[in-house]
Design a protein around this ligand. Structure first.
Ligand SMILES: CC(C)(COP(=O)(O)OP(=O)(O)OC[C@H]1O[C@@H](n2cnc3c(N)ncnc32)[C@H](O)[C@@H]1OP(=O)(O)O)[C@@H](O)C(=O)NCCC(=O)NCCS
Length: 164
């Protein structure tokens, strides 16, 4: 298998794939097996994909050499009454990221994160936030990309990157 990939902006038609990546994020733990329909229907995760793509949403899809989607990262500005795990303030976008299991640890996640943060900055955002469980190695990736912990909850942290 060729390990080359490229990124493209996420389009309206990518909603189903983004939902798949929400399921990956919800099941990040080895052997995690929350059924797709439960994750998508649950209020914890639905807010990240419902009605994609809305004004103000931004995202990228990573595709393999055959244009098959292998990962995605996107952000949404959520209202206070639909606040996600990583809500830090009105108007601050929250990001979600997921990569297909066989494609992990090949640089796809870092490339997606960098493209997304650049895009958010270009759209005038001064900060971007996320929420990550405390034992998820993704924290190392986020820290190395300039995210810092701003809030500690039970088992999970909220991280923010200042976009300058
Ligand atoms: C988290 C995730 C998006 C990262 O994407 P990825 O393509 O695997 O990440 P990258 O290959 O760009 O790796 C970036 C860094 O992550 C870390 N990393 C990657 N795979 C790792 C692994 N298996 N174990 C420990 N650290 C790892 C390394 O620090 C790596 O840094 P390096 O570039 O110096 O090697 C992806 O692994 C994933 O989808 N995981 C499951 C869903 C999830 O946890 N989503 C986030 C919820 S907050």
């Amino acid at each position: 298998m060729s390990m080359s990939f490229s990124l493209r902006p996420a389009a309206q038609a990518d909603g189903t794939f983004l939902a798949d990546m929400v399921v990956e994020a919800a099941n990040w733990r080895q052997g995690g097996a929350k059924p797709r329909h439960e994750v998508i229907a649950g209020s914890d995760y639905r807010r990240y994909v419902a009605g994609w793509k809305r004004p103000g949403d931004g995202g990228f899809v990573a595709v393999d050499h055959g244009s098959v989607p292998i990962g995605a990262a996107w952000y949404r500005v959520l209202a206070r009454d639909e606040a996600g795990f990583g809500f830090v303030g009105v108007g601050v976008p929250e990001l979600i990221i997921g990569v297909r299991p066989i494609w992990r640890a090949h640089g796809v996640g870092r490339a997606l994160l960098q493209a997304l943060c650049r895009d958010a900055r270009e759209h005038g955002h001064g900060r971007i936030s996320l929420s990550v469980e405390r034992d998820n190695f993704a924290r190392t990736l986020y820290r190395s990309e300039g995210f810092a912990i701003v809030r500690r909850d039970i088992g999970r942290d909220t991280m923010v990157k200042v976009l300058r």
